[in-house]
Structure formats: C-alpha cells, structure tokens
Design a protein around this ligand. Structure first.
Ligand code: COA
Length: 143
C-alpha cells in the first residue's frame, strides 16, 4: 500500500477508479481538486484505493473503490483500516463518510468496520437517491 499526497496522484487514481467503476469514475480534474484540499491523502494498491482527508479533529472518506476482480478478498477493509490509522495519527478523532442507501456492499463493509448512521442527505446523488451519513470514532492508535 502506498500513501499518496498532492495532485500528482490524480492520473493514477482516475485510471484506477475508471477500472473499478467503469462509466462512473471521477475525472482527473475531480481528483486534482480533491487532492489539492488541505489534509487530503490517498492510499493505493494496484487493485484499489481510498481517498480521504483530515480537517482538525475530524476526517472524511471521499472515495473507496476496489477493482471488480479483486473484491471480497479483504482489500476494501484493509484500505479503510489504513485510512483510519492515517487519519487517527494525524489527529482526527472521528471519521465520516457518505454512502448511497442502496449500496449494500459498501454499507456492509462500513457496518463491519464500526461505522454507524448519524444522518441522511435526501436526493444527494445525481440519480436522486439518498445518501446515509455514517460516523466512526477514531483512536490515535489506529483502531
Ligand atoms: C465497497 C467495496 C469497496 C468493497 O471492497 P471489497 O474489497 O470487496 O471489500 P472486502 O472484501 O474488504 O469486504 C469486507 C466486508 O464487507 C462486506 N461486503 C463487501 N462486499 C460485499 C457484498 N458484495 N455483499 C455483502 N457484503 C459485502 C462483507 O462483510 C465483507 O466481509 P466478508 O467478505 O468477510 O463477508 C467494493 O465493492 C467497491 O469498490 N464497490 C464499488 C465502489 C463503491 O461502492 N465504493 C463505496 C463508495 S461509498
């Protein structure tokens, strides 16, 4: 797993995302903008990545994606755990994320990792579906 910071990582993440979610991947520009935000970081492997950011004592998962051929082998969980460890080490004490209500795989992963619902954003996504806002406390020791 490689920790990446800065806009130079945008082409790599855009290419990975395009393979993980064909037709739904974010553009290079979108990744550039995300990576330019203060506290933004990514953790990447050849089969998937997580993009997150820390701001003061809280952190946010911006994207997590694993290639279809690599799913259900624990990579999503390892990426998530690594992002939580990185954010905790940077001083964040809680992590938030948004997930589509109908995304069963991601919701199961986040629930298993200790995230709990704290809100709902109606019609958050372009297709009109709601997002659930999830939160998990973080510890400086990465668990
Ligand atoms: C969500 C995603 C990242 C999961 O990656 P993954 O590498 O397959 O996840 P893991 O193998 O680490 O799974 C960990 C746990 O999550 C749950 N889970 C993962 N995929 C699941 C599925 N399709 N159905 C039900 N539970 C699932 C299980 O509890 C799993 O543990 P188990 O395999 O021991 O049962 C992957 O499906 C993906 O990239 N989806 C498209 C992008 C996306 O939706 N990202 C989330 C945006 S918020």
């Amino acid at each position: 797993m490689t920790l990446l910071r800065g806009a130079d990582a945008a082409p790599l993440l855009a290419a990975l995302h395009d393979r993980a979610e064909p037709g739904h991947g974010w553009s290079r520009d979108a990744f550039c903008r995300m990576l330019a935000m203060p506290g933004a970081f990514a953790i990447a492997t050849p089969d998937g990545f997580v993009l997150a950011r820390t701001a003061a004592d809280s952190a946010e998962i911006l994207m997590l994606a694993v290639l279809p051929v690599a799913r259900r082998h624990g990579l999503g969980r390892r990426l998530l755990d690594q992002a939580m460890a990185e954010a905790g080490a940077a001083g964040a004490r809680e992590m938030f994320l948004e997930v589509a209500e109908g995304n069963r795989a991601a919701r199961a992963l986040y629930a298993a990792a200790g995230f709990a619902g704290v809100g709902r954003r109606p019609r958050y996504y372009a297709d009109g579906t709601d997002a659930l806002l999830l939160r998990r406390p973080l510890s400086p020791c990465g668990n």
